[in-house]
Design a protein around this ligand. Structure first.
Ligand code: GTP
Length: 259
């Protein structure tokens, strides 16, 4: 199947095969060892996708999300092979494209779901791709962070309360960005990254105001565009740094792929 003409973004949904039953076979496995396995597998996915100029989000760890523009089906198979060779579990992958990140992740989800249940013992290492070439258009990445998180929360509040406050703000943020077709993920510290359609600046202003009203947390954003998630994301990071200096949030000019 070829990809839709208006596709600008490709997402890959990586899902561990039959992982739930494995975690309790022959008896429940120790939680720290499961956490270590999940973290290592995520680190390998981040290296694999990052070295191909994509972006990756841990999601629920048994399901992980990659922005995979320009990463071919053959390369996805190489990642599946890596997992098989290094871990006691295998991974299936759904790949989807669409005009918005929400559409593309939806297509990846449907492709994967069409191959069978996450807990089907006979579903092993499926690669479900709804397209035979990856889109090469321009991507938008928005990198958000909390203003003065260290001084206001990290250095003052109970660690658990600081965590809850920041996570609550990110939930508010991702709900609002989803309404605009963006997929947003918490990426650590006080940071969240959204892969977005091309949105007017006013949308970011409204979203930041909405998060402030709902969660009482002030965030800023840098926005970058580029032909890969890496290029767009680096542009967003540079824009965020400029925003720290000026107090305004900033949209970066399209970044080159080798930025
Ligand atoms: N994943 C990720 N984490 C980051 C990044 N930058 C900072 N962090 C994390 O966020 C925490 C807070 O850092 P900052 O955002 O620089 O600190 P701040 O106190 O909010 O200060 P301002 O952002 O300047 O208002 C750090 O301790 C890191 O854990 C980034 O680019 N990516």
């Amino acid at each position: 199947m070829t990809r839709p003409d208006d596709a600008v973004v490709q997402f890959s949904l990586v899902q561990l095969d039959d992982y739930g039953p494995w975690t309790v076979t022959p008896e429940p496995r120790s939680e720290p060892s499961l956490q270590a396995l999940q973290s290592r597998l995520y680190a390998d996915l981040a290296d694999f996708v990052g070295s191909r100029d994509g972006y990756v989000f841990p999601s629920r760890y048994d399901n992980m999300i990659a922005v995979s523009n320009r990463i071919s089906p053959e390369e996805h198979r190489r990642f599946q092979e890596l997992v098989r060779n290094h871990y006691p579990v295998t991974a299936s992958v759904g790949v989807g494209t669409g005009p918005t990140p929400v559409d593309a992740l939806g297509a990846a989800t449907e492709a994967l779901q069409s191959t069978g249940s996450a807990q089907d013992a006979t579903r092993t290492e499926r690669l479900a791709t709804a397209c035979d070439d990856a889109p090469g258009g321009s991507l938008t990445v928005a990198h958000f962070d909390v203003v003065d998180a260290t001084e206001q929360y990290t250095d003052r509040e109970h660690a658990f309360d600081a965590e809850r406050r920041i996570k609550r703000a990110v939930v508010e943020l991702s709900d609002r960005m989803r309404d605009h077709g963006a997929v947003t993920a918490f990426v650590g510290g006080d940071n969240a990254i959204a892969v977005c359609p091309d949105l007017p600046d006013g949308v970011y202003d409204d979203v930041l105001a909405g998060v402030r009203d709902a969660a009482g947390v002030e965030m800023r954003v840098g926005v970058g565009r580029g032909e890969t998630a890496r290029a767009a994301g680096q542009g967003a990071k540079h824009a965020l740094e400029r925003g720290r200096d000026t107090g305004e949030w900033v949209t970066a000019a399209p970044a080159s792929t080798d930025d």
